[in-house]
Design a protein around this ligand. Structure first.
Ligand SMILES: Nc1nc2c(ncn2[C@@H]2O[C@H](COP(=O)(O)OP(=O)(O)OP(=O)(O)O)[C@@H](O)[C@H]2O)c(=O)[nH]1
Ligand SMILES: [Mg+2]
Length: 338
């Protein structure tokens, strides 16, 4: 399955603060000893997984993530402030790779898991540490450690919540483009989509869910007709099936026949998958014949229940809001029941 959710970022940890070289200055004490304090540690860049996040989309706007530098130490053994960490909050399931080497740096599988991806520079040491019997006035310190800079690739293995079903040309890819920021190829010939892809549907403050676009199915797919039905395995972990039935004028078979053909393939592929909740969308409403829609609406209401049939057009946008919210409500309900 292709990853659509991927970002590349640059991270830079904070440099450590230098240790100070200072000497005590007091009235009547001509040769005060060393009193240079330590520097503060530089801030780390930390990637933290967060259940409340569902996509890496939110990171897209920011290419450079910087932690604060530690502050240098000063006289009177004063220690410099520690640099603040920079936290990058990502969805659970995010993997972090070093862009240059391809090395997997972190695999964040649980809520609030933290991975330091660029460690802050160590704290420098002030000259107060270097006093000895032989050297009462050391002009020596340890500078703060350097900042670490890295290019990272963050990848989220998306799990589809909703899986699309339908004949070739039913408008599956068009629907994914209309609902999400993904831009799968759309064309007026069958089998445009050859590999499954995913789109993230943004529900604003509420969150988001993922729709899987897969190649079209035709009758006999179980026996290898068309592209076969092996793509159905990508729907394995989806919570909800979205079955698109085109109401466009170019269809040869009536909608109920096409619907049933897909249902048969689904059952042949996997009985359990065929029992998942399904929402039927009569699509291409913008170019549909009103009488045909009415008749199909009646048939589907009878067959799957009125609440499981919607009318929409991915081109005009009609019915899409309702579709989005219906899917979202169902996905949330299914998640809560898990
Ligand atoms: N008028 C109209 N045309 C649509 C609508 N949705 C899709 N189409 C057209 O239908 C054709 C097929 O659309 P796709 O989205 O590529 O169909 P698909 O189901 O992904 O097809 P495959 O990938 O080949 O299985 C394209 O020419 C689309 O522009 C719609 O709501 N209204
Ligand atoms: Mg397609």
């Amino acid at each position: 399955m292709r990853f659509v959710d991927e970002v590349r970022i640059h991270v830079s940890s904070g440099k450590g603060g230098d240790g100070a070289i200072t000497f005590r200055r007091e009235k009547y004490v001509p040769f005060g000893g060393p009193d240079g304090g330590d520097g503060g540690r530089g801030g780390d860049v930390v990637v933290v997984s967060d259940e409340g996040r569902s996509s890496l989309l939110e990171l897209r706007g920011k290419a450079i993530w910087k932690a604060q530098a530690g502050i240098a130490g000063s006289g009177r053994q004063k220690t410099g402030a520690v640099g603040a960490d920079c936290c990058i909050r990502v969805p659970v399931g995010t993997q972090v790779f070093d862009e240059a080497t391809g090395e997997l740096i972190a695999d964040l599988v649980a809520h609030e898991q933290r991975a330091v991806v660029a460690a802050g520079g160590s704290a420098g040491k002030g000259n107060v540490h270097f006093k000895s019997s032989r050297n009462q006035a050391p002009r020596k310190n340890i500078p703060g450690g350097p900042s670490v800079q890295r290019r990272l690739r963050l990848e989220l293995k998306l799990m589809a919540d909703v899986g699309l079903l339908g004949f070739p040309n039913a408008g599956k890819s068009t629907m994914v483009s209309a609902l999400s920021a993904a831009r799968p190829k759309v064309a007026d010939y069958p089998f445009t989509t050859l590999v499954p892809s995913l789109g993230v549907v943004d529900m604003g403050m509420d969150g988001s869910f993922v729709v899987a676009d897969i190649p079209g199915l035709i009758r006999g797919a179980a026996e290898g007709a068309g592209l076969g039905h092996r793509f159905l395995r990508h729907l394995g972990r989806t919570r909800q099936l979205l079955h698109l039935v085109s109401m466009g004028p170019d269809e040869l078979d009536p909608p109920e026949v096409r619907y049933q053909a897909i249902r048969d393939e689904l059952v042949a592929f996997d009985q359990e998958l065929s029992e998942r909740p399904e929402l039927v969308v009569l699509t291409k409403a913008d170019v549909a014949d009103v009488e045909a829609v009415r008749a199909a609406g009646r048939w589907f209401a009878e067959r799957v229940g009125r609440e499981h049939v919607l009318l929409a057009s991915a081109v005009s946008g009609a019915g899409l809001n309702r579709l989005k919210h219906t899917l979202w409500t169902r996905v949330k309900r299914a998640k809560a029941a898990e």
